[in-house]
Design a binder for this molecule. Sequence first.
Ligand SMILES: [Zn+2]
Length: 266
Amino acid sequence: MSSDFTFETYADLLEAGLAAGYEFLTVREYVDTATEQLPERFIILRHDVDRKPENSLEMARLEAEYDVPSTYYFRTIDKTFQPEMLRTIEQLGHEIGYHYEDMDRADGDVEAAHDSFAEELARVREHSTVDTVCMHGNPLSAHDNRDMWVNGDETRVEQDAFAEYDLLGEAYLSMDFEDVTYFSDTGRTWRDGSLKIKDHTMGEGDKRIQVDSTDELIELLHEGRVSRLCILTHPNRWARTRRELVVESAKDYAINIAKRGINAVA
Ligand SMILES: [Zn+2]
């Protein structure tokens, strides 16, 4: 088994970015900076905290050791939402955001989704500053959580809607993916494809560069071939130990089979 998707490899990725001279921006900094003011080369590290939040805490500590800021989006389900951890990660210098799934919760009722969103956002804000949010993509649900903002028209995002919640933006919808190349570990591969049922950006042009392994992504940073990147990782999928790697890979294997089943009928 390959030893990719371990904390060791993740540290190598951070080192590569630093060595190649990239600046690290949080999502808040990115959306709050005028386009012409953005640094020439930067990396936005985005994390979706779906489950096993203790992995996120450890990853946040690892990044802090390198003095690299990143952004953690927390789901508010019981097993994931740990207020103390939010505070600790924020104190380590990272941004905290809300990983929302309110269209799923409201079963597609937009108005009810907004009610739920307001409540959950307020819960997260009791413990940390929240300026940006990011949708959670549940492959087994019929809804796309972003639909509460776009009113069925993918090309027209209601940026005003974010301001109503005192938010600066949304990690998928407020980022220019023509300019920023998006890499995601969904499905424990960096390659885009059928395993990324909902983890795709909207209005994205065809991506010209694909990588399979984290080593290839590291190589890309060393070569400086891509100047602006957004890298999404799910810390629960990254193994702190070799044993954890075996267990997590087995889980991913089962989930990927289920997703292939969904694609087959879609
Ligand atoms: Zn998620």
